[in-house]
Ligand binder design. Structure first.
Ligand code: GZL
Length: 326
């Protein structure tokens, strides 16, 4: 009889423990932290650029301000690390999973695992090319095609009187949504006007070192370069180093257009070494908190939430720099 009672007590304990840990149903907000304590798992791309650093800081600040537990992992630029992190969050039965997909493809399997576990997923910053948009509740980030178009429109104005413009392009990480779309946006702006001649295009992986290395190669093989289109400030800053090392003046001999508008890029713009910057805001933290709280409560959120962004000339950068948060 004693043995039976012992087993019954053990069974009851087991149910109680499982019941408490199974809070990751995405609807009741009872994460693995107990009733009412929302727990969010976040997988970040890495720490490749000033933009990424600012993005991470803002997300961690926002969840701290909101008193919400944020489990955070840095994938060091590797998709397999992000997939591992998402699987770990599923195991931990968090209430919501959020991540910035390092590349657009290859997510359906793990996102279906999250869906089967009843854990809602939110995409931030970069999107995925999955055909099944039930695999995520919302995408929060920029319109990268529009960013490329803004860069293209500035180039068309700047070179309105030129017969031809020889452009080299420093692309972002191969396969990443911002790289694909910023390339597309620029080309959409140019249309089939052969005046805009993209003579070379290569990934610098969104890093300053990558931008410098690729620009060195571009300079060696292309004596006549009018303009560099860099998919982010960091690669543009690397290109500045390469151009100066080649004895040329960035912003004058070779003009530079970049995307992001992080502090170092804006300083180079103010100094005349970069000529135009298209803003891409990394400050997604508060909006992500709001979306996570809503999806955890089972509320419907907008499928695509695009951030407000502008552009900067040198004078606008000088004016904006004192108040920039990043
Ligand atoms: C854009 C973001 C890009 C930035 C880069 O939203 O994904 O990744 O433009 C960053 O600086 O590395």
């Amino acid at each position: 009889m004693k043995k039976f009672i012992g087993l019954a007590v053990a069974g009851a304990l087991l149910v109680a423990m499982t019941g408490c840990a199974s809070g990751g149903s995405g609807g009741d907000g009872a994460g693995s932290g107990g009733d009412g304590d929302l727990v969010v798992g976040f997988s970040q791309v890495g720490a490749e650029s000033g933009w990424r650093t600012a993005n991470t800081k803002d997300i961690q600040r926002a969840f701290k301000d909101a008193g919400i537990e944020l489990k955070f992992s840095d994938a060091q630029g590797k998709q397999e690390n992000q997939i591992k992190a998402i699987r770990s969050y599923i195991q931990q039965q968090v209430d919501v999973i959020a991540f910035s997909p390092v590349v657009e493809s290859g997510w359906d399997t793990v996102l279906n695992e999250a869906k089967d576990a009843g854990i809602p997923v939110v995409l931030t910053d970069r999107s995925v090319d999955s055909k099944d948009d039930s695999l995520y509740e919302s995408f929060l980030g920029s319109d990268f095609i529009a960013e490329g178009e803004k860069a293209g429109e500035w180039i068309k104005t700047e070179y309105a009187d030129a017969d031809t413009v020889k452009i080299v392009e420093l692309q972002g990480t191969t396969g990443a949504a911002p790289a694909n779309d910023r390339a597309k946006g620029l080309r959409d702006a140019f249309g089939d006007d052969a005046k805009y001649d993209i003579i070379a295009s290569q990934t610098g992986d969104f890093t300053r070192a990558g931008g410098k290395q690729v620009m060195e190669a571009f300079l060696k093989s292309n004596p006549e370069i009018d303009l560099v289109y860099a998919h982010n400030d960091d690669m543009g800053l690397g290109a500045i180093e390469a151009i100066e090392a080649a004895g040329k003046t960035p912003g004058t001999d070779i003009k530079i257009v970049t995307v992001d508008a992080v502090h170092d890029g804006m300083q180079a713009l103010a100094d005349g070494k970069i000529n135009f910057i298209v803003e891409c805001s990394p400050l997604l933290g508060d909006q992500l908190v709001d979306i996570a709280q809503k999806v955890a409560a089972g509320e419907t959120v907008e499928k695509r939430i695009v951030t407000e962004e502008t552009t900067f000339t040198a004078d606008q950068a000088k004016e904006a720099l004192p108040d920039r948060q990043y």
